[in-house]
Ligand binder design. Structure first.
Ligand SMILES: [Zn+2]
Length: 207
């Protein structure tokens, strides 16, 4: 009997799980809703970015002069980020402005636990859902910020550039550093997504 109850509870637990099983602790309902959509888009972005790695102008913009070895490293990181997003085993927590770590950050990750802390300013970042080519996302997007933080957690990336402008300069000056930089991955994924969205708009103009 006990066993049957335990199994039932387990089943209820599984059924109660939302489509994205990541836990978002201490988030307001509007934040939870945003995070669920952001994670879905970030998953698609990471997959598209991994598939877009090649000897292209976009690769050179964010990771510098193309080499097979660097491309392999970049693809591996993006695949690790994508796998983590697909695993639905991300732990996220919403923080308040009074949290010291949120004074100057959109989000943080604790590498040991892999818990991503979303700061209030995260929710003021634009979503890629509404971004258009040419729109200023110099400081990045919400989905890009998730890719950034996950790359710290799963691939041990560093913070070597912060804005799109910084990261372009870093790629020109030091490809070896750019391929270790979280924001270079974020910017590359955002750039690839913008290009895909622009191409889709060209194919199917709005009525
Ligand atoms: Zn970072």
């Amino acid at each position: 009997m006990f066993r049957r109850i335990a199994i039932l509870l387990l089943l209820v637990g599984i059924w109660a799980t939302p489509s994205l099983a990541q836990t978002a602790a201490r988030c307001a309902p509007y934040q939870e809703q945003s995070v669920a959509t952001d994670l879905e888009i970030a998953t698609r972005m990471a997959a598209s970015a991994a598939a877009a790695v090649g000897d292209t102008e976009t690769f050179a913009t964010w990771f510098g002069t193309y080499t097979d070895r660097n491309a392999e490293q970049v693809r591996a990181v993006l695949k690790q980020v994508h796998a983590k997003l697909l695993s639905q085993r991300l732990a996220l927590t919403c923080a308040t402005k009074s949290d010291q770590t949120c004074q100057e950050a959109f989000a943080w990750v604790f590498p040991a636990s892999g818990v991503i802390r979303l700061c209030p300013d995260y929710f003021f970042l634009p979503s890629m859902e509404r971004a258009h080519a040419g729109e200023d996302i110099n400081l990045g997007s919400r989905e890009g910020a998730l890719i950034h933080e996950i790359s710290h957690a799963v691939s041990g990336t560093d913070d070597d550039c912060i804005t799109w402008a910084d990261c372009r300069t870093l790629a020109r000056r030091s490809p070896a550093t750019a391929i270790l930089s979280a924001n270079s991955y974020e910017s590359f994924a955002e750039d690839v997504m913008l290009q895909l969205m622009a191409a889709a708009e060209t194919v199917a103009p709005p009525m």
